[in-house]
Design a protein around this ligand. Structure first.
Ligand code: ATP
Length: 657
């Protein structure tokens, strides 16, 4: 089976949904950040970063207000720091001039401003007050930084939450084929790991903005004091940054490969982990371990490649910038005759900018890495939200009264060689038990999946009491249909919660009543905590037959009046089988439910009021078991085989019908 879509290509492209502003459920999202004209600063970003920013805002529901708040907090942090650093210059001037403030005021505009400020506060200018001012500015910076860190952190966590909520909601309302295509393992990894990494782009972009503001602030200070050396220094820094472009490119490619490898690894891991029993019994642990080790080696190699690229950035950048800046200083001192205080400021600023430049290089790498995670999230979100289940019906289905009719129904799975169902025309009567039989691959499960509209016919019609299935709302139709698969779904929850999953408001008494009818009550009462016993993941603490009886009780407790069962007695011993049959008989006898059973056992078939025999997607026969022709049919083979099997004893006659 393959539902691989174009989005799966892993070519690093963003899905074509960047401009949509609707969530999967059709709910309008909080206004996302449009790339323009709202924020011209975004235009300074490379196109891929801009796309990442826009997609992060859209999927993570980041509002303009939040972006603005972070932007302002970053600016305040930087301004307080820059002013604090710039204050070193007047401090040095003050020391150098032996505290001759009038002379300093005469000489410099900065000093005039400073003296005015101190005057308005009625404070004297001395070494202590100047130092105090620096301390106050640094303190203000730290407080702002504290608020900023909290704000970034909470926004990142909110984005992470929004990404997860959005993906989960969209996946659950997507078509069955799309849900199945993603796979449980990779979905968990996607929602848990990829969303967290993608959300950390919030901090990356905030840091990027911080770098931009720091460069602007320090650039302004340097330019005001020494324009030519500053220009030289900026050219040097830009050139040095360009020299590490290749490592950023390498990171981008490795990150794409890493995300694809993570997807494959988690998909296989979850599949194999669930198959632990087979692996143990097949003694294939060593083989499985070898394949897994290959995959973890790939993950390790790719991640190491990113670490290596990241480590090379400062290795190249630091000596290069140091050399270029020293050369600039040399030129400035030798040929541009700058003063000692400007030289000092220059050195202070450069020392402060060095880690910022290195930080910028790391941010570039970080954005490339996380953009790959976000792309994976965005691609999956596009995949699931572009394939919502068709739900245009407006009528409320209030239960089956007469019949379900299939009229020339065709259905093919994508990429399948032949139709799973073709020319199917058949009627299923209400309040009767209909058994669907046929060899493996005949189309029995497909027929059953069509009823709650998990899949929809390619052509033909399915009518409930003469009304097309698609005229009903999906939720009302599905509420009226309870489904019990051959391998029942049991959650890691208590017995009572498992049983009332379809009807959470059911009382404990109602739960006990259906469990008695499904012959589950007796074994539940023997459990350590009775109805409050947790059943473990997938109902690991139960036998297959017990799982089936819990699932049957769940189906009986629902508001459904159509019960779909996939061989409900398949995993039961003879005694339990009889009990479940009695429960089913009673349901049908009460005339409340229409029971449709995929039957593999002759005893189930014999019990049915109506049989539908399928083979290779086509209807072979339909009617009451006694009326069906025994010529050339799967049914006949079933009867012949059944009559030779002592286990298939005749079932006691049912009462009430
Ligand atoms: P079984 O008794 O073995 O469960 P079935 O009668 O229920 O078989 P279906 O599961 O309905 O048969 O399958 C009918 C046909 O459709 C088969 O040929 C099967 O290979 C194909 N098929 C079923 N599910 C898919 C799928 N998800 N993708 C592609 N083909 C599918």
């Amino acid at each position: 089976m393959s539902w691989r879509t174009a989005h799966d290509s892993g070519d690093g492209a963003w899905p074509a949904t960047t401009q949509r502003h609707e969530s999967a459920g059709g709910h309008p999202t909080t206004p996302a950040i449009a790339p323009s004209p709202m924020n011209p600063i975004l235009k300074l970003l490379p196109a891929t970063w801009r796309a990442a920013f826009t997609e992060l805002a859209r999927l993570g529901r980041v509002t303009r207000g939040q972006v603005l708040l972070i932007g302002v907090l970053v600016v305040f942090t930087v301004v307080f720091e820059s002013v604090g650093v710039a204050m070193i210059l007047p401090l040095l001037d003050f020391v150098q001039s032996d505290g001759d403030v009038p002379a300093l005021v005469e000489k410099s505009r900065l000093w005039r401003m400073l003296a005015g400020g101190f005057d308005s506060l009625s404070m004297p200018i001395n070494l202590v007050t100047l130092s105090l001012l620096i301390v106050v500015l640094i303190l203000l910076r730290q407080v702002t930084q504290y608020v900023a860190t909290l704000t970034f952190g909470s926004l990142r966590l909110r984005v992470e939450k929004n990404l997860r909520d959005r993906l989960f909601a969209a996946a659950l309302s997507a078509q069955a084929s799309v849900v199945q295509n993603i796979g449980a393992g990779s979905f968990v990894e996607l929602v848990y790991g990829q969303c967290a990494r993608a959300a950390s782009l919030v901090e990356m972009f905030a840091k990027l903005w911080g770098v931009f503001v720091i460069f602007a602030a320090y650039g302004a200070i340097m330019f005001a004091n020494a324009p030519v050396p500053s220009l030289l220094a900026i050219v040097c820094i830009a050139g040095a940054l360009a020299s590490v472009n290749q490592y950023v490119r390498i990171t981008r490619h490795l990150s794409e490969d890493l995300v694809a490898a993570q997807k494959q690894f988690t998909r296989r891991l979850s599949e194999r982990y669930r198959a632990w029993r087979l692996i143990k019994l097949a003694d294939s642990a060593a083989r499985e371990q070898a394949v897994s080790a290959e995959q973890t080696k790939t993950l390790y190699t790719l991640a190491l490649g990113i670490v290596r690229a990241g480590a090379k950035i400062p290795l190249v950048l630091t000596p290069l910038i140091t050399f270029l800046v020293l050369a600039t200083l040399y030129v400035s001192v030798e040929h541009l005759s700058i003063t000692v205080s400007v030289l000092t400021l220059f050195v202070v600023v450069i020392l402060r900018l060095m880690p910022v430049v290195l930080g910028f290089a790391r941010i570039r790498q970080g954005i490339e890495e996380r953009a790959a995670n976000l792309r994976r999230v965005a691609t999956a979100e596009a995949e699931v939200s572009q394939a919502p289940e068709p739900d245009s019906g407006t009528r409320v289905f209030r239960g089956l009264k007469r019949d379900i009719t299939f009229e020339d129904v065709h259905f093919s799975y994508p990429d399948a060689g032949r139709s799973a169902l073709a020319h199917l025309s058949v009627t299923i009567l209400a309040r009767r038990m209909t058994a669907i039989v046929g060899p493996s691959g005949a189309g029995k499960s497909t027929l059953v999946d069509l009823l709650p509209r998990l899949i929809t016919p390619d052509s033909g019609a399915i009518r409930f009491d003469g009304i097309p299935a698609e005229a009903f709302t999906l939720s009302s139709l599905r509420r009226a249909i309870a489904y019990m698969p051959q391998e029942p779904v049991i959650f890691d929850d208590t017995v009572i919660e498992n049983v009332r999953y379809l009807m959470p408001e059911a009382t404990p008494e109602q739960v006990v009543e259906v469990c008695e009818r499904a012959h589950a009550d007796e074994f539940i009462r023997e459990m350590p905590d009775g109805y409050d016993t947790r059943l473990g993941e997938g109902g690991i603490r139960l036998s297959a037959g017990q799982r089936q009886r819990i699932a049957l009780a769940r189906a009986l407790l629902s508001r459904a009046n159509i019960l779909l069962l996939d061989e409900p007695t398949g995993a039961l011993d003879y005694e339990s089988e009889q009990k479940v049959k009695e429960a089913l008989d009673e349901i049908v006898a009460r005339g409340r439910m229409t029971v449709i059973i995929i039957a593999h056992r002759l005893s189930t078939v014999r019990d049915a009021d109506h049989l539908i025999v399928l083979r290779e997607g086509r209807l072979v026969q339909a009617g009451a078991p006694a009326d069906l022709s025994r010529d050339d049919s799967y049914y006949r083979a079933m009867l012949d085989l059944g009559s030779e099997r002592p286990a298939e004893r005749p079932v006691p006659a049912r009462s009430g019908r």
